[in-house]
Design a binder for this molecule. Structure first.
Ligand SMILES: Cc1ncc(COP(=O)(O)OP(=O)(O)O)c(N)n1
Ligand SMILES: Cc1nc(C(=O)O)sc1CCOP(=O)(O)O
Ligand SMILES: [Mg+2]
Length: 220
């Protein structure tokens, strides 16, 4: 078991690094090791896009990244691919509105795995709680170049409407987040920030992760 309860989930969301091989400018293993040195709190393996690995190559990379996470006690989350998460005994999964339903995934994974669900409005946030999600990913907060088929950019609006309605679930912001705006995302009411480009494209991923961690701390 990698987490004990809601408070711990909120802490885990602090600097949530998401990455796959296609996002990296150098070896993904080095990028992850540097990001961990810089202070990331959670990692999601998101092997997606035209250049993504498949089959055994995908599994081997996932295993290597999971080993690094285990060594450093960083929970390893798998994006979309529930079969892979089960096969590797990952610490959890992240699913979107177009993926397998969260309630079904909760039944498949049991109660001791972390499940994140993307939510773009209040109704989806409420449904995520009913379905047994541990946290929601809310975005895109800012314009992103990483994912083309996103919902419209929302700034603070969705996070704030979720909080105004007293919906109680850990929240991580996503989309276009950098060291410069991460503090604002926390001040909007998110528990943490999830980033791809800000770390994976940084010339020094360790430094980038450190700056994000510090912005998140100041934002709280
Ligand atoms: C933390 C976090 N939040 C949102 C997403 C996006 O998930 P989804 O909408 O399913 O899109 P893909 O990432 O699968 O393209 C995420 N991955 N992580
Ligand atoms: C994977 C993803 N999901 C989003 C959403 O809004 O649900 S935005 C996004 C891409 C995040 O990458 P970057 O940090 O490079 O902007
Ligand atoms: Mg998805």
């Amino acid at each position: 078991m990698v987490y004990a309860g809601e408070k711990e989930v909120r802490e885990l969301l602090g600097v949530y690094f998401i990455m796959g091989s296609a996002n990296c400018l150098k070896n993904p293993i080095e990028v992850l090791e540097d990001a961990i040195k810089g202070g990331i709190t959670l990692f999601q393996f998101r092997e997606k896009g035209a250049e993504a690995l498949h089959g055994d190559e995908k599994k081997e990379l996932a295993k290597s990244l999971q080993d690094i996470c285990r060594k450093h006690h960083i929970p390893f989350i798998v994006n979309d691919d529930i079969e892979l998460a089960i096969e590797l005994d990952a610490d959890g999964v992240h699913i979107g509105q177009d993926d397998e339903s969260a309630s079904k995934v909760r039944r498949r994974l049991g109660s001791n795995k972390l499940i994140g669900v993307s939510a773009h409005n209040v109704a989806q946030a409420k449904q995520a709680i009913i379905d047994g999600a541990d946290y929601i990913g809310v975005g895109p907060i800012y314009p992103t170049v990483t994912k083309l088929d996103t919902e419209p950019v929302q700034g603070s609006t969705v996070i704030q409407s979720i909080l105004r309605e007293n919906i109680h679930i850990p929240i991580v912001g996503i989309g276009g987040i950098t060291e410069k705006n991460a503090g604002d995302v926390i001040r909007f009411g998110a528990d943490g920030v999830s980033v791809i480009t800000a770390i994976s494209h940084a010339p020094f991923p360790e430094k980038a992760a450190k700056k994000l961690a510090s912005a998140v701390k100041i934002g709280h």
